[in-house]
Design a protein around this ligand. Sequence first.
Ligand SMILES: [Ca+2]
Length: 335
Amino acid sequence: MRVGHAAVLVTTTVVAVACDEGVREEVPAEQGTKGESCRARNDCASDLACVRGVCVRGEFDLEPTAKSCVVIQCRDPSDCVRGSPLCLEARRRCDLGSEGACAVFRRACTFACDDNLCSLQCPGDDVCAEDETCHEGRCVQCVDDMECGNTERCVDGACRAPCQSHLQCPLFHKCEAGACVQGGCLGNRECVALTRNAEATCVEGTCRQPCEFDADCSPQGGYDFMACVDSTCRYVGCVDGVECRAAIFGAEPIPPHILDVVCEPGDGGPVDPASLPAPPPGPQLCAPEQFTCHDGQCIPAQAQCNGVEQCPDASDEIGCPEPDAGPPEEDGGRR
Ligand SMILES: [Ca+2]
């Protein structure tokens, strides 16, 4: 277990001297070197701290930079298409004259680029479910409370019963007048559970992790852009994009659906590699020997313009040449 702050702060210098002397003399006071296990700071060599049971370099000597790593997936919606091999293929087939590919491209490759991230947009009501409309790029059930039942509210595009308690809201949200609103932490225990640090506290709605050394603030005593500032773990920021890239992607090349990694002014906190943007999705594309219905379904190529509607939207019979000398088919006038 870790030692209380006060005890270590008071005894640090004394203990370090005592241990140094102990090493020089014959007392077998073995001091841990970096990476060896420890129970308290004086189990480690004098320039090391005991963090989570391991002797590590405790202080990183880092100045906060007031800058944060930012992963850039797009600067423009066209970057999102470039990041999706399926969308590129759909556009290629569309350019070659496949109406079905043009339609699936419109359905599945209409992106917005917000805050450097790609998000799929609906291009119109036709791609939304029956009870939904396309509002500002999203398929929604409702835009405001008026469109919902008498007691329901329109929350995030869907009609929902009003909340009754904080428990019905996401973590760190509270229920106010039937709606979940941002609330921050309410007590220490939720911060302990969130940070897995038994000493975490909730201070003015924000979880704080107390610390003694910089190394207290990062997993396994490593460095994760966090340092101990005024006895609280804080994000100290990045210096440049190369540092960010190394921290997030290591020595690997940046994935093709990521444009860049930069270090920009701001306090965004460390980037969690588990939350990196995924490659933009793309449409289901039919095999070359198949016809792509405008809704993306696949039917055999010979089913196109054979006079029988086989796509659910009948798109296999749209724009077909008039049957010239052939016997009049049942639906010559079909669109
Ligand atoms: Ca057909």
